[in-house]
Design a protein around this ligand. Structure first.
Ligand code: QAP
Ligand code: CO
Length: 175
């Protein structure tokens, strides 16, 4: 499977992902292919829609206390649903689909998520800290929502300006 990251402002990122019904080899191949894409681009989270597959699938790989990522800590979530959220937190977020832009975003502090693993087994996790923020960010992707949608009007304008500049510079230095 040849996967490429879809970047803002591609309309594909606005698509609503569809619930997975079949826990088959095709799903496993997608999950297996997403992991190296995320690692090779220095990501900690990736939703399937970011590689142009509109399925309710996401992966997470939060660095450990030594700031290292390990496949042992890979979490694969299929059909995730947040069933409870409490508190408030602010984290400086980024996104592989919005390269080189980072901004403070308000999220819930703790979330409870029901999801299925790659074999269709039902799981529940109560997430805190960076994992909680990452889950909320990735589930937003399944609904066509990006972190920049959560910025105030003035910060969104600042983003659009900076992002256009970034795209322009990238085009003149590469290709
Ligand atoms: C989502 O984001 C997230 O701009 C995952 O040049 C964000 O992995 C979860 C990245 C914040 C929790 C907190 C972004 C890599 C990676 C970039 C990412 C870039 C290279 C973003
Ligand atoms: Co993202």
């Amino acid at each position: 499977m040849n996967l490429k990251i879809v970047e803002y402002p591609d309309k594909k990122l606005r698509e609503k992902s569809v619930k997975v019904e079949k826990f088959d080899e095709e799903l496993h191949k997608l999950l297996d292919a997403m992991y190296p894409v995320m690692i090779n681009t220095n990501g900690i989270g990736l939703a399937a829609i970011q590689v142009a597959h509109a399925k309710q699938v996401l992966i997470l790989n939060i660095p450990d206390e030594n700031d290292e990522q390990s496949e042992d800590n890979l979490i694969e979530m299929v059909n995730p649903v947040i069933t409870n959220e409490t508190g408030e937190t602010t984290y400086q977020e980024g996104c592989l689909s919005v390269p080189s832009f980072y901004e403070d975003i308000n999220r819930s502090e703790v979330v409870t998520v029901n999801y299925q693993d790659r074999d269709g087994n039902t799981k529940t996790v109560e997430a805190h800290g960076l994992l909680s923020v990452a889950i909320q960010h990735e589930i937003d992707h399944l609904n066509g929502v990006l972190f920049v949608d959560k910025l105030s009007y003035s910060r969104r304008k600042k983003f659009e300006k900076e992002y256009k500049k970034f795209q322009k510079e990238r085009n003149t230095t590469k290709k």
